[in-house]
Design a protein around this ligand. Structure first.
Ligand SMILES: [Fe+2]
Length: 305
C-alpha cells in the first residue's frame, strides 16, 4: 500500500506528541527550535496589496505559519481594508469557516471596540481592561474548536493595547522538558471545566476537556487555556496544580519565545490560535479614532501547518 507523503508527515508529527516516543519528540523538538525566530521583526511580513498577494509575500507568511504558528503582516495603512478583503486574505491560507459568537457582527467578524451598553458591555474584550493569557474559544464545544485566528488593527489605542503571543508548541516543549507528567495531566480529559453560561443568547453547557490535545482534524497539537481565575474549574489534582504553576511562571517570564507587539494601523496577526493576552489601554476621545480591531476566528488551522 502506498502511504502519501502528507500522511507520513502527519504521523511523524503526531508521534512527537506521544509521551512514549521520546525519539520522535526529540527529533521534532530539534527541528522546531532550529532557527526559531526570536524577534517580532522576524515575524513581520510587509504586504503590498490586499487581499491578493505577491508570491514571495504568500510564501513568507506560509513559512512563518509553519514554523511559529503565527505571523504578523503589515499593510500600507492607506490600502483600504474591509471585512470581506480580510476574509479573502485569510482564505488564501486555508482559513475558511468562521466561528460566530453572540457579540460578533452579522458577518461573523467581530469589531473589538469599547462598548458601554448592550450585550457587549459585560465582556472584557469590549472594555479597555487587560485580557489575561488565553487561547480563543476555550469555552467552545469540541465541534466548534477554534484552530485559527486573525486580528487586524484599524485604529490602535493612543497608549496601551499591546499584545503578547506564545506558540503553544513552545509551551509544550518547556513543560515536557521540565516533567513529562505535566503533559500527561494537562492532556487529561477532565483537566479544565468552564461552567455553563446561562446569560441570554449564550446558553452554553459546561465544557470539560483537556488543556493540550491532539487535534483530530490535523493531528497537530491543540491548546485550550485561560489564565482567568473566575468561572473556571480545574481538576483537583496536585500534579495539575504544579503544571499550572509552571505555565503561569513561564507566561510571566521574560522568555525570548514570548513576542510582545502593539499592532499599528494596517497591521495584523494571523495564527493557528496561539496563546495571547492584551494590556489595558487608554481610549481616544473622538469616536472616529477609537481603538478598533477586527477579529476573525476559524475552525481550521492554516493549510499545510
Ligand atoms: Fe483572544
Amino acid at each position: 500500500m502506498q502511504v502519501s507523503s502528507e500522511t507520513m508527515k502527519q504521523s511523524v508529527t503526531s508521534s512527537a506528541f506521544d509521551l512514549a516516543n521520546d525519539a520522535a519528540y526529540l527529533q521534532w523538538r530539534d527541528k522546531k527550535l532550529t532557527d526559531y525566530p526570536l524577534s517580532t521583526d522576524d515575524l513581520l511580513v510587509p504586504v503590498r496589496q490586499f487581499p491578493s498577494l505577491e508570491e514571495e509575500e504568500s510564501a513568507a507568511i506560509q513559512r512563518l505559519l509553519s514554523k511559529t504558528n503565527m505571523c504578523l503582516y503589515q499593510l500600507d495603512p492607506a490600502v483600504s481594508v474591509t471585512k470581506n478583503t480580510i476574509k479573502q486574505f485569510a482564505a488564501h491560507f486555508g482559513f475558511r469557516n468562521l466561528d460566530t459568537n453572540i457579540c460578533a457582527d452579522d458577518d461573523s467578524i467581530t469589531s473589538l471596540q469599547t462598548k458601554n451598553s448592550g450585550k457587549h458591555a459585560t465582556y472584557i474584550p469590549y472594555s479597555n481592561r487587560k485580557i489575561s493569557w488565553h487561547t480563543d474559544g476555550y469555552y467552545n464545544t469540541a465541534e466548534k474548536t477554534i484552530r485559527g485566528m486573525l486580528l487586524h488593527c484599524v485604529n490602535p489605542a493612543p497608549a496601551g493595547g499591546e499584545n503578547q503571543y506564545l506558540d503553544p508548541e513552545i509551551l509544550y516543549i518547556h513543560l515536557r522538558d521540565k516533567n513529562p507528567d505535566f503533559i500527561r495531566v494537562l492532556m487529561d480529559e477532565k483537566a479544565l471545566t468552564i461552567p455553563a453560561n446561562e446569560e441570554s443568547g449564550a446558553q452554553r453547557a459546561a465544557q470539560t476537556g483537556p488543556v493540550f490535545s491532539l487535534d483530530n482534524q490535523s493531528q497537530r497539537l491543540h491548546l485550550r487555556y485561560t489564565a482567568r481565575t473566575r468561572s473556571i474549574e480545574w481538576d483537583d489534582n496536585p500534579l495539575l496544580k504544579q503544571a499550572l504553576a509552571e505555565i503561569t511562571q513561564f507566561l510571566l517570564s521574560d522568555s525570548a519565545f514570548i513576542f510582545t507587539y502593539k499592532l499599528k494601523a494596517g497591521q495584523g496577526v494571523l495564527c493557528n490560535n496561539v496563546l495571547h493576552n492584551r494590556t489595558a489601554f487608554e481610549e481616544n476621545e473622538s469616536a472616529a479614532s477609537k481603538r478598533l480591531i477586527y477579529r476573525a476566528r476559524y475552525y481550521e488551522r492554516a493549510t499545510g501547518t
